[in-house]
Write a protein that binds this ligand. Sequence first.
Ligand code: SF4
Length: 326
Amino acid sequence: MPVDTTSALLSWYAVDKRALPWRASGSETADPYRVWLSEIMLQQTTVAAVKPYFAAFTARWPTVEALAEADEAAVMSAWAGLGYYARARNLIACARTVVREHGGEFPGDEAALLKLPGVGAYTAAAIAAIAFGRRAVVVDGNVERVVARLFAVSEPMPGAKPKLRALMDRLTPERDAGDFAQAMMDLGATICTPRSPDCGRCPVASGCAARAEGRPEAYPVKAPKTAKPQREWTGYWLRRGGEVLLVRRPPRGLLGGMLALPVEPPAVAEWREVGAIDHVFTHFALTMTVLSAEGDAEGEWWPVERIAEAGLPTVFAKAAAVAAAA
Ligand code: SF4
């Protein structure tokens, strides 16, 4: 089965691949900078959400050299709304490392890529395969789902990960590993979707064990869920005429380096509760009570009417919207 599955997928991809802005077209070679940027942006984030950010970043910083020279605050602000902000800090660090240590050219092998800031095993394999044509085993969530179904892997996640990787290794061809990885991702994103796999349109249906069993949605087998811990924060909206006080968060930790509303009282004032918002982070769920007052304090004062341009992370943008409307 593996050889047939591999070639069937490659043939399907040659005709039906998604047109994505970071993909090379025709006989062009993929640009490592664009592949890297897209892979970092796509971590934990959908293609639809990434597209406008990718367009904005590549218009503003078209090369790794340009990004390496960018002002950090400008990059953080351009990233605002995409979430997982450690990625943006690593993005700048990685661009600078590529320029400083590799003369502005991304290295082509996985081991060297893995040493770059923010580049983990998945991203290193993806760049090596897609941008440099190396044989690398590329495993993301889409690939895990497709492999778990093709082989009806009954072990629950995340314990099944090493097995799924070994199976992907078996499927990955010597040549065209980049196309193959992207074919698996496309299949997972468009046909072998989490809730309703469209097996009737699937190019590898004849070799799929989960389909043969008649219950493809049962794979990958999930471990029982544990509830996310709940946290409570307070966001302070301090007005001074038409301006509002923002603070820059400490460089390390959650939303590090981003502009935000203070989460400690910035001044003694007559605070009034104007609402609350909910936000879900990877490791916890947050409820933020929003308090508003007039007053003065040290910090960065922003015109309220231009608050959308401040580059606030989503959780604070939600709080700001509640406060501004009150
Ligand atoms: S046959 Fe169905 S379950 Fe199997 S890989 Fe194709 S879409 Fe997924």
